[in-house]
Design a binder for this molecule. Sequence first.
Ligand SMILES: *Cc1c(COP(=O)(O)O)cnc(C)c1O
Length: 407
Amino acid sequence: MQQLDIESIRRDFPILDREIYNRPLVYLDNAATSQTPRCVVDAIDRMYCHTKANVHRGVHTLSQEATDLQEAARERVRAFINAASTQEIIFTRGTTEAINLVASSMGDLLENGDEIILTAMEHHANIVPWQLLRRRKRILIRVVPVDATGQLDMEAYRSLFNERTRLVSVCHVSNVLGTVNPVKEMIAYAHSLEVPVVVDGAQAISHLKVDVRDLDADFYAFSSHKMYGPSGVGVLYGKKYWLDMIPPYQGGGEMISHVSFEHTTWAELPFKFEAGTPDFVGIAAFRTAIDYMESIGIERIAAHEHDLLEYTTSRMMEIPGMRIFGTAPGKAAVISFLLGNEHHYDTGLLLDKLGIAVRTGHHCAQPLMHALGVEGTVRASFAVYNTREEADRFIDALRRVAAMLGL
Ligand SMILES: *Cc1c(COP(=O)(O)O)cnc(C)c1O
């Protein structure tokens, strides 16, 4: 595999020229959002300056062009995840809205006493929507535990199924531990018992090749802003079988075929699930972000991030008092850690003063923090534009913080 020209890639990202407290920014908060290349910003600019019109409604040229851009983006997403049809690609505001859609609409098929399976490493976006459903229907939520390395207990997973199990929802990659869950195996097992599976792909989509048909996922959710695209756009992939079966999530324009006060019929897929005016500018620019990622190649991005992960982790282990959470083999490029007993927030603040952007806190995964026995962690996460030199600056900064703390 050809080495990446990281310096040339870095020039595509204007924000990387920023300085923080007179030091060059080292951006290691990519699991929260990744930065956006110039070509994506240009696509947004171009749309606002040349092609802005509402989609699917107008006969006029601009509306046609805007519609074509949106539908070209849908086809781009379809090909990117190898879905069977663009009817299975629903644009949402993000992963959170995508999972809320499934919980609400699939939830309609559930009955009191039915059970669903989640895992202990879920993001709040894959916990709270199901709890909202639990207020509508008295469902039981069962939780797969996580072991000390940050991997799911697969035996426990299989033992949680019974005749009332109706659904599984699991993250492909943990945003805290970096663990890549064996979702293909989990889906195969659930399907052997005729249980559909929802996959939260927010952390997987920019780090590994996702093929929804190979995984045989029933639903797969992700966000553009974590894959070098604009904010405010996400995708719910759903098998046509289920999307035909479940009711719409929101009502409004776009999602109907015919409306009268007596009876309203739904539009064809995927529009049945796209009420109101979508973020058509963001969606058009999202296509450019996918083109950008593919021009580099997801395998090469993953290999580069993996190199940074290995290098940084091994150097971090030499720092006194370092505690790393999540050591599963083959994990994604996310490092959660604590320095001694120092509060995550203080470590993050000191790192910021040294120009290094990391995330601190519970990372929207409070149940996982509880399982780890901590209140929060510091999290460094990598993207394609990070370098070994930045990793060195991060390590030097950590050493300074550790020294300040007398570790
Ligand atoms: C970021 C993230 C989400 C939520 O994504 P939004 O873009 O905020 O909707 C859900 N799950 C995981 C694993 C995430 O990392």
